[in-house]
Write a new protein. Sequence first.
Length: 201
Amino acid sequence: MESFIISTLMLGIMAQIYTFGEKVERYEQVDRDMRAEIDGADTGLGVSLPRTSRQSQLVLNLDKVFGDKHFFWVGFYTLAGKGNTIMKGASQGQRYMVVGPYRGSHGCPVIPLNNGVCGYAARSREIVIVDDTHNWQSPDGIGEHIACDSASNSEIVVPIISRNGSLIGVLDCDSSEYAAFDQTDKNWLDSLVRKYIAPQV
């Protein structure tokens, strides 16, 4: 019981990497930077940035504003395999996701749809927060955590849903700290994906 209490307290301490206010300020900065860059391209050059460019900019801004202190790895995975989209409830088949724009250590180049936190988020189309990746178990009993880098200790994955309701891929964020992500991260990352990534697919 004592070790459990200590572990719980440590997770609570580690989760305080940024205070609520500090997180909000940084996400607001990311939002402003994204809007300025996109508006600059749209109005200044008459160019509408494609999805991969917007993904690259969002990854860059998250990494720049938060740094390694919060995002040990941040990037996108895009659905591939038999067809490039999958509707909710459709057969999973042999589909997988391939790595897209990212920053951090070497990312897994391919993630099967039936494995890992990213795979579960893609299947369920729900945002997934994992406080301890080393002890994560898939809620639907399919697959296990994929350790692309053992230094990753917590994770949040946000599905990308297109206008017609199909799943395109996921935004994957990892931290070297335990329990680094919370409701604030969930709300803001979901908002950023919906605002800057999902409308382009």
